[in-house]
Design a protein around this ligand. Structure first.
Ligand SMILES: *Cc1c(COP(=O)(O)O)cnc(C)c1O
Length: 360
Protein backbone atom coordinates (compact mmCIF):
# COMPACT_ATOMS: atom_id res chain seq x y z
CA UNK A 1 0.00 0.00 0.00
CA UNK A 2 1.30 3.47 -0.85
CA UNK A 3 2.18 5.70 2.06
CA UNK A 4 -0.39 8.46 2.63
CA UNK A 5 0.81 11.62 0.91
CA UNK A 6 -0.37 13.88 3.72
CA UNK A 7 -3.47 15.06 5.54
CA UNK A 8 -6.66 15.55 3.50
CA UNK A 9 -6.75 18.82 1.58
CA UNK A 10 -9.36 20.52 3.75
CA UNK A 11 -6.98 23.40 4.21
CA UNK A 12 -4.83 23.51 1.08
CA UNK A 13 -1.36 24.97 1.33
CA UNK A 14 -1.31 28.63 0.41
CA UNK A 15 1.31 28.00 -2.27
CA UNK A 16 -0.77 25.22 -3.84
CA UNK A 17 -4.11 27.03 -3.65
CA UNK A 18 -2.84 30.10 -5.49
CA UNK A 19 -0.05 28.44 -7.45
CA UNK A 20 -1.10 29.92 -10.79
CA UNK A 21 -0.47 33.41 -9.40
CA UNK A 22 2.82 32.57 -7.64
CA UNK A 23 6.44 32.13 -8.81
CA UNK A 24 6.35 28.43 -7.87
CA UNK A 25 8.07 25.82 -10.05
CA UNK A 26 8.42 22.05 -9.78
CA UNK A 27 11.79 22.60 -8.11
CA UNK A 28 10.40 24.90 -5.40
CA UNK A 29 10.54 22.99 -2.08
CA UNK A 30 7.21 22.23 -0.48
CA UNK A 31 7.60 24.22 2.74
CA UNK A 32 4.57 25.02 4.90
CA UNK A 33 3.58 25.75 8.50
CA UNK A 34 -0.13 26.09 7.64
CA UNK A 35 -0.13 29.73 6.57
CA UNK A 36 -3.06 31.52 4.94
CA UNK A 37 -6.75 30.59 4.84
CA UNK A 38 -7.35 33.02 7.72
CA UNK A 39 -10.89 33.91 8.80
CA UNK A 40 -12.88 36.82 7.42
CA UNK A 41 -15.17 37.71 10.31
CA UNK A 42 -18.21 39.95 10.09
CA UNK A 43 -17.99 42.62 12.80
CA UNK A 44 -21.68 43.00 13.62
CA UNK A 45 -21.46 44.62 17.03
CA UNK A 46 -18.61 47.00 16.24
CA UNK A 47 -20.23 47.71 12.88
CA UNK A 48 -23.49 48.64 14.61
CA UNK A 49 -21.75 51.16 16.88
CA UNK A 50 -20.12 52.72 13.79
CA UNK A 51 -23.31 52.64 11.70
CA UNK A 52 -21.77 50.17 9.24
CA UNK A 53 -23.73 47.08 8.23
CA UNK A 54 -21.02 45.39 6.14
CA UNK A 55 -17.85 45.65 8.17
CA UNK A 56 -15.49 42.66 7.98
CA UNK A 57 -12.20 41.83 9.69
CA UNK A 58 -9.45 39.76 8.05
CA UNK A 59 -7.83 38.01 11.00
CA UNK A 60 -4.19 37.65 9.99
CA UNK A 61 -3.14 36.96 13.57
CA UNK A 62 -4.27 33.38 12.93
CA UNK A 63 -1.27 32.66 10.72
CA UNK A 64 1.31 30.19 12.15
CA UNK A 65 3.53 32.80 13.82
CA UNK A 66 0.64 35.18 14.47
CA UNK A 67 0.98 37.71 11.65
CA UNK A 68 0.50 38.10 7.89
CA UNK A 69 4.28 38.05 7.47
CA UNK A 70 4.02 34.24 7.15
CA UNK A 71 2.31 34.52 3.74
CA UNK A 72 5.32 36.28 2.28
CA UNK A 73 7.89 34.39 4.30
CA UNK A 74 6.79 30.94 3.10
CA UNK A 75 7.38 32.04 -0.50
CA UNK A 76 10.60 33.95 0.22
CA UNK A 77 12.17 31.10 2.23
CA UNK A 78 11.03 28.45 -0.28
CA UNK A 79 12.58 30.41 -3.11
CA UNK A 80 15.76 30.97 -1.06
CA UNK A 81 15.96 27.21 -0.48
CA UNK A 82 15.34 26.56 -4.17
CA UNK A 83 18.30 28.84 -4.95
CA UNK A 84 20.46 26.91 -2.49
CA UNK A 85 20.68 29.53 0.27
CA UNK A 86 21.89 28.35 3.69
CA UNK A 87 21.19 31.56 5.59
CA UNK A 88 18.60 34.36 5.64
CA UNK A 89 18.76 37.81 7.19
CA UNK A 90 16.18 40.48 7.97
CA UNK A 91 15.59 43.74 9.78
CA UNK A 92 12.40 43.74 11.79
CA UNK A 93 9.98 45.63 13.99
CA UNK A 94 9.24 42.15 15.40
CA UNK A 95 6.93 40.08 13.26
CA UNK A 96 9.27 39.65 10.31
CA UNK A 97 11.86 38.22 12.69
CA UNK A 98 9.34 35.84 14.30
CA UNK A 99 8.27 34.62 10.88
CA UNK A 100 11.76 34.40 9.34
CA UNK A 101 12.99 32.49 12.41
CA UNK A 102 10.17 29.93 12.17
CA UNK A 103 10.34 29.33 8.40
CA UNK A 104 14.15 29.41 8.50
CA UNK A 105 14.10 26.76 11.24
CA UNK A 106 11.67 24.61 9.24
CA UNK A 107 13.92 24.91 6.18
CA UNK A 108 17.07 24.12 8.19
CA UNK A 109 18.62 27.53 7.55
CA UNK A 110 20.64 29.89 9.68
CA UNK A 111 18.59 32.99 10.56
CA UNK A 112 20.02 36.40 11.45
CA UNK A 113 17.82 39.24 12.66
CA UNK A 114 18.75 42.89 13.22
CA UNK A 115 16.27 44.97 15.17
CA UNK A 116 15.91 48.23 17.09
CA UNK A 117 16.85 47.67 20.73
CA UNK A 118 13.98 48.00 23.21
CA UNK A 119 11.34 48.52 20.49
CA UNK A 120 10.19 44.93 19.93
CA UNK A 121 7.12 43.47 21.62
CA UNK A 122 8.26 40.72 23.99
CA UNK A 123 6.32 37.87 22.37
CA UNK A 124 7.87 38.51 18.96
CA UNK A 125 11.39 38.58 20.36
CA UNK A 126 10.83 35.30 22.19
CA UNK A 127 9.45 33.68 19.02
CA UNK A 128 12.66 34.57 17.16
CA UNK A 129 14.93 33.43 19.98
CA UNK A 130 13.04 30.18 20.61
CA UNK A 131 13.35 29.27 16.92
CA UNK A 132 17.10 29.65 17.20
CA UNK A 133 17.60 32.89 15.27
CA UNK A 134 20.65 34.98 16.12
CA UNK A 135 19.19 38.32 17.15
CA UNK A 136 21.27 41.51 17.09
CA UNK A 137 19.69 44.56 18.76
CA UNK A 138 21.10 47.88 17.54
CA UNK A 139 21.08 51.33 19.11
CA UNK A 140 18.99 52.65 16.26
CA UNK A 141 15.57 52.43 14.63
CA UNK A 142 14.07 50.04 12.06
CA UNK A 143 15.14 52.17 9.10
CA UNK A 144 18.77 51.96 10.21
CA UNK A 145 18.44 48.19 10.79
CA UNK A 146 17.11 47.76 7.24
CA UNK A 147 20.05 49.73 5.87
CA UNK A 148 22.45 47.43 7.75
CA UNK A 149 20.91 44.13 6.59
CA UNK A 150 20.73 45.36 2.99
CA UNK A 151 24.48 45.99 3.13
CA UNK A 152 25.14 42.63 4.86
CA UNK A 153 23.21 40.78 2.13
CA UNK A 154 25.39 42.39 -0.53
CA UNK A 155 28.69 41.21 1.00
CA UNK A 156 30.24 38.21 -0.72
CA UNK A 157 32.11 36.65 2.21
CA UNK A 158 28.91 35.61 4.12
CA UNK A 159 26.22 34.64 1.59
CA UNK A 160 22.78 35.40 3.05
CA UNK A 161 19.41 36.04 1.43
CA UNK A 162 17.52 39.17 2.49
CA UNK A 163 13.89 38.34 3.39
CA UNK A 164 12.49 41.79 4.12
CA UNK A 165 9.59 42.94 1.96
CA UNK A 166 12.08 44.45 -0.50
CA UNK A 167 12.48 40.76 -1.46
CA UNK A 168 9.86 40.52 -4.26
CA UNK A 169 8.82 36.99 -3.18
CA UNK A 170 7.49 38.45 0.08
CA UNK A 171 5.04 40.67 -1.82
CA UNK A 172 4.07 37.75 -4.06
CA UNK A 173 3.10 35.66 -1.04
CA UNK A 174 1.36 38.49 0.79
CA UNK A 175 -0.92 39.30 -2.14
CA UNK A 176 -2.73 36.00 -1.51
CA UNK A 177 -4.61 37.68 1.34
CA UNK A 178 -6.40 39.84 -1.25
CA UNK A 179 -7.33 36.66 -3.15
CA UNK A 180 -8.80 35.14 0.01
CA UNK A 181 -10.85 38.28 0.74
CA UNK A 182 -12.33 38.14 -2.78
CA UNK A 183 -12.92 34.37 -2.60
CA UNK A 184 -14.71 34.69 0.77
CA UNK A 185 -16.86 37.68 -0.19
CA UNK A 186 -17.52 36.51 -3.75
CA UNK A 187 -16.42 39.97 -4.92
CA UNK A 188 -13.90 42.68 -4.09
CA UNK A 189 -14.82 44.98 -1.17
CA UNK A 190 -15.58 48.68 -1.67
CA UNK A 191 -12.82 49.63 0.76
CA UNK A 192 -9.78 47.72 2.05
CA UNK A 193 -8.42 49.36 5.21
CA UNK A 194 -4.93 48.39 6.32
CA UNK A 195 -2.15 49.52 8.69
CA UNK A 196 0.94 50.85 6.89
CA UNK A 197 4.52 50.68 8.13
CA UNK A 198 7.15 49.72 5.57
CA UNK A 199 4.25 49.73 3.05
CA UNK A 200 4.89 46.26 1.64
CA UNK A 201 1.50 44.90 2.63
CA UNK A 202 -0.67 47.66 1.14
CA UNK A 203 1.36 47.22 -2.07
CA UNK A 204 0.85 43.45 -1.94
CA UNK A 205 -2.93 43.68 -1.45
CA UNK A 206 -3.22 46.16 -4.30
CA UNK A 207 -1.23 43.83 -6.56
CA UNK A 208 -3.44 40.91 -5.52
CA UNK A 209 -6.69 42.76 -6.21
CA UNK A 210 -5.42 43.90 -9.60
CA UNK A 211 -4.30 40.40 -10.57
CA UNK A 212 -7.69 38.95 -9.59
CA UNK A 213 -9.48 41.63 -11.61
CA UNK A 214 -7.15 41.11 -14.60
CA UNK A 215 -7.87 37.35 -14.43
CA UNK A 216 -11.61 38.13 -14.52
CA UNK A 217 -12.20 36.62 -11.06
CA UNK A 218 -13.62 39.90 -9.69
CA UNK A 219 -15.10 42.76 -11.68
CA UNK A 220 -13.53 45.68 -9.82
CA UNK A 221 -10.81 46.64 -7.34
CA UNK A 222 -11.37 48.26 -3.92
CA UNK A 223 -10.31 51.69 -2.75
CA UNK A 224 -7.14 51.20 -0.70
CA UNK A 225 -7.24 53.01 2.65
CA UNK A 226 -3.89 52.92 4.45
CA UNK A 227 -3.38 54.13 8.00
CA UNK A 228 -0.11 55.12 9.62
CA UNK A 229 0.47 56.06 13.25
CA UNK A 230 0.59 59.84 13.68
CA UNK A 231 4.14 59.72 15.10
CA UNK A 232 5.35 57.60 12.19
CA UNK A 233 3.43 58.89 9.18
CA UNK A 234 5.98 59.70 6.43
CA UNK A 235 3.51 58.89 3.63
CA UNK A 236 1.03 61.36 5.10
CA UNK A 237 3.44 64.23 5.79
CA UNK A 238 5.26 63.58 2.52
CA UNK A 239 8.81 63.22 3.82
CA UNK A 240 10.96 60.81 5.80
CA UNK A 241 10.43 60.88 9.60
CA UNK A 242 13.80 60.65 11.38
CA UNK A 243 12.52 59.67 14.82
CA UNK A 244 9.32 57.66 14.32
CA UNK A 245 7.40 57.12 17.53
CA UNK A 246 4.19 55.22 18.31
CA UNK A 247 2.87 52.60 20.70
CA UNK A 248 2.17 50.52 17.56
CA UNK A 249 5.74 49.20 17.27
CA UNK A 250 5.01 47.09 14.17
CA UNK A 251 4.46 50.29 12.15
CA UNK A 252 7.13 52.44 13.83
CA UNK A 253 8.87 53.16 10.53
CA UNK A 254 10.04 56.54 9.24
CA UNK A 255 11.23 55.71 5.72
CA UNK A 256 9.05 53.01 4.10
CA UNK A 257 10.86 50.81 1.57
CA UNK A 258 7.74 50.50 -0.62
CA UNK A 259 6.96 54.23 -0.58
CA UNK A 260 6.31 54.63 -4.32
CA UNK A 261 4.23 51.46 -4.59
CA UNK A 262 2.02 52.54 -1.67
CA UNK A 263 1.39 55.97 -3.18
CA UNK A 264 0.61 54.26 -6.48
CA UNK A 265 -1.87 51.92 -4.75
CA UNK A 266 -3.53 54.90 -3.08
CA UNK A 267 -3.80 56.99 -6.24
CA UNK A 268 -4.72 54.28 -8.72
CA UNK A 269 -7.41 52.88 -6.41
CA UNK A 270 -8.92 56.27 -5.56
CA UNK A 271 -7.91 55.66 -1.95
CA UNK A 272 -6.22 57.51 0.87
CA UNK A 273 -3.38 57.20 3.36
CA UNK A 274 -4.08 58.98 6.65
CA UNK A 275 -2.60 59.15 10.13
CA UNK A 276 -4.35 57.96 13.31
CA UNK A 277 -3.24 58.89 16.82
CA UNK A 278 -2.05 56.38 19.39
CA UNK A 279 -5.22 57.15 21.41
CA UNK A 280 -7.39 56.28 18.40
CA UNK A 281 -5.37 53.10 17.84
CA UNK A 282 -5.75 52.03 21.48
CA UNK A 283 -9.49 52.80 21.49
CA UNK A 284 -9.94 50.56 18.42
CA UNK A 285 -7.69 47.89 19.99
CA UNK A 286 -9.91 47.76 23.10
CA UNK A 287 -13.14 47.91 21.09
CA UNK A 288 -12.13 44.96 18.90
CA UNK A 289 -11.43 42.82 21.95
CA UNK A 290 -14.52 43.86 23.92
CA UNK A 291 -17.10 44.09 21.15
CA UNK A 292 -15.90 41.40 18.77
CA UNK A 293 -13.75 39.09 20.91
CA UNK A 294 -10.81 39.68 18.61
CA UNK A 295 -7.49 40.38 20.28
CA UNK A 296 -5.12 41.95 17.77
CA UNK A 297 -1.88 43.77 18.34
CA UNK A 298 -1.91 47.59 18.57
CA UNK A 299 -0.59 48.24 15.03
CA UNK A 300 -3.37 46.07 13.59
CA UNK A 301 -6.02 48.27 15.16
CA UNK A 302 -4.87 51.24 13.04
CA UNK A 303 -7.12 49.98 10.22
CA UNK A 304 -10.18 50.01 12.45
CA UNK A 305 -9.14 53.33 14.02
CA UNK A 306 -9.09 54.88 10.56
CA UNK A 307 -12.48 53.46 9.58
CA UNK A 308 -13.90 54.56 12.94
CA UNK A 309 -12.83 58.13 12.30
CA UNK A 310 -14.18 58.13 8.74
CA UNK A 311 -17.52 56.73 9.96
CA UNK A 312 -17.75 59.40 12.68
CA UNK A 313 -17.03 62.09 10.07
CA UNK A 314 -19.92 60.79 7.93
CA UNK A 315 -17.59 59.80 5.10
CA UNK A 316 -18.94 56.26 4.69
CA UNK A 317 -22.13 54.85 3.21
CA UNK A 318 -23.79 52.71 5.87
CA UNK A 319 -23.89 49.66 3.57
CA UNK A 320 -20.36 50.04 2.16
CA UNK A 321 -18.53 46.71 2.00
CA UNK A 322 -15.46 47.34 4.13
CA UNK A 323 -12.66 44.95 5.06
CA UNK A 324 -10.22 45.94 7.81
CA UNK A 325 -7.02 43.92 7.88
CA UNK A 326 -5.97 42.92 11.41
CA UNK A 327 -2.33 42.20 10.75
CA UNK A 328 -1.13 40.48 13.94
CA UNK A 329 -2.16 38.71 17.14
CA UNK A 330 -2.68 40.53 20.46
CA UNK A 331 -0.74 37.99 22.53
CA UNK A 332 2.48 39.16 20.90
CA UNK A 333 2.46 42.34 22.94
CA UNK A 334 1.35 41.53 26.49
CA UNK A 335 2.95 44.71 27.82
CA UNK A 336 0.54 47.01 25.98
CA UNK A 337 -2.38 44.73 26.82
CA UNK A 338 -1.53 44.83 30.51
CA UNK A 339 -1.69 48.63 30.46
CA UNK A 340 -5.05 48.66 28.66
CA UNK A 341 -6.82 45.87 30.54
CA UNK A 342 -8.82 45.89 33.74
CA UNK A 343 -7.23 44.40 36.87
CA UNK A 344 -7.89 40.96 38.25
CA UNK A 345 -10.37 40.95 41.16
CA UNK A 346 -8.96 39.13 44.18
CA UNK A 347 -11.10 37.20 46.67
CA UNK A 348 -10.94 34.48 49.33
CA UNK A 349 -11.65 30.88 48.31
CA UNK A 350 -15.37 30.80 49.12
CA UNK A 351 -18.69 31.42 47.35
CA UNK A 352 -19.40 34.25 49.77
CA UNK A 353 -16.09 35.98 49.20
CA UNK A 354 -16.35 35.67 45.40
CA UNK A 355 -19.96 36.99 45.51
CA UNK A 356 -18.85 39.98 47.55
CA UNK A 357 -15.95 40.59 45.19
CA UNK A 358 -18.40 40.58 42.26
CA UNK A 359 -20.65 43.03 44.10
CA UNK A 360 -23.57 40.53 44.15
C1 LIG B 1 4.66 44.30 9.43
C2 LIG B 1 3.42 44.71 10.11
C3 LIG B 1 2.66 45.82 9.69
C4 LIG B 1 3.11 46.74 8.60
O1 LIG B 1 3.17 46.14 7.34
P1 LIG B 1 4.05 46.82 6.21
O2 LIG B 1 4.07 45.86 5.11
O3 LIG B 1 5.40 47.04 6.84
O4 LIG B 1 3.40 48.12 5.88
C5 LIG B 1 1.48 46.09 10.33
N1 LIG B 1 1.05 45.33 11.35
C6 LIG B 1 1.76 44.27 11.79
C7 LIG B 1 1.22 43.48 12.92
C8 LIG B 1 2.95 43.92 11.18
O5 LIG B 1 3.64 42.88 11.63
Amino acid sequence: MAAPSGPPALRPRLMDRYRRFLPVTDSTPSLTLGEGATPLVRASRLGATLGLSNLYLKIEGQNPTGSFKDRGMVVAVSKAAEAGAAAIVCASTGNTSASAAAYGAAAGMEVIVVLPKGQIAVGKLLQALMAGARVVAIDGNFDEALGIVRALAEQDDHPVTLVNSVNPFRIEGQKTAAFEVCDDLGCAPDILAIPVGNAGNISAYWQGFREYADAGLVDRTPRMWGFQAAGAAPLVVGHRVDHPDTIATAIRIGDPASWTKAIDARDRSGGRIDAVSDDEILAAYRALARQEGIFCEPASAASVAGVTRAAAAGELESDALIVCVLTGHGLKDPTTAERQAASVIEAGASVGAVSVALGW
